[in-house]
Ligand binder design. Structure first.
Ligand code: B12
Length: 202
């Protein structure tokens, strides 16, 4: 199975840091940590390529290579995400989406033709997707009611990243937040109980 992971474009905001990136000769502030984590959770005998559209567009060879195109996005990446789903569908590709935006607003990605909605935290819902693919299914929505134990999450597939394009690397230490700020989606997406990746006996 050939999986093309695509990260949509962010609009220019405070977080784009474009002037600073020019000075340090890098293209993007931080890598798509969710997508490289997704790649690590999927079966490792599958093949992966990753395109961060904040660095460059997807080439026709990459579209042609892919069996399934997998997207992750935050709400701010909505416009490019929806356009890229349409691009993939025009090329007859199976499209799978997940991450904060599809989890928050699933109907928006469904309306433009996404085939698989792999929502909530991938540790629980990606295995459901893999089973569906093995059964030969071509669509489905997978949700989780539980929160996973993140100490079992594999190390992200950092090897898929173009390291020289990023100003910094990131690692995930915890998920979930005990506070109740009304502007923030974290408690909705990841719950109110922080779960750390640190093992207690370390
Ligand atoms: C790092 C981060 C950033 C970085 C982004 C770097 C990057 N390239 O990704 C920076 C600092 C730039 C950033 C900025 C912003 N961010 Co931000 N960010 C985060 C943060 C803290 C961690 C995300 C992360 O990397 N997690 C680690 C990975 C491993 O986890 P994950 O992405 O959640 O992936 C898991 C699941 O979501 C799922 N998953 C994710 N993708 C996919 C895809 C598939 C196919 C599947 C199956 C599963 C899946 O499976 C993974 C494993 O369980 C989250 C909050 C949080 N604690 O999660 C907010 C968060 C994602 N950001 C958010 C927001 C709102 C923003 C801003 C718009 C804030 C602002 N107002 O300016 C800006 C936008 C940036 C811009 N340029 O305009 C919101 C998104 C809300 C939403 N529903 O979309 C979050 C959830 C925080 C919040 N306040 O609610 N952010």
């Amino acid at each position: 199975m050939r999986i093309l992971l695509v990260y949509p474009i962010f609009p220019k905001t405070f977080w784009s840091y474009e002037k600073i990136l020019e000075l340090v000769n890098r293209k993007v502030l931080l890598p798509p940590l969710g997508l490289v984590t997704v790649a690590a959770i999927l079966p490792q005998e599958w093949e992966f390529k990753l395109v961060d559209r904040n660095i460059r567009p997807v080439t026709e060879e990459e579209w042609a290579w892919a069996d399934v195109v997998v997207f992750s996005a935050m709400i701010v990446q909505k416009q490019d995400l929806l356009e890229q789903i349409r691009e993939a569908k025009q090329r007859g590709k199976l499209v799978a989406v997940g991450g904060p935006y599809p989890t928050s607003v699933p109907h928006a990605v469904q309306d433009v033709g996404a085939d698989f909605l792999i929502l909530d935290e991938g540790e629980i819902t990606l295995p459901m997707f893999v089973e569906a693919i093995k059964r030969g299914e071509t669509s489905g929505t997978f949700r989780a009611t539980e929160k996973p134990d993140v100490t079992n999450t594999p190390i992200p597939r950092f090897d898929l990243l173009d390291f020289d394009a990023y100003d910094m690397m990131s690692i995930q230490f915890s998920r979930g937040c005990p506070f109740q700020c009304e502007f923030c989606d974290i408690i909705v997406l990841y719950g109110r109980k922080p779960r750390t990746k640190l093992l207690h006996n370390c």
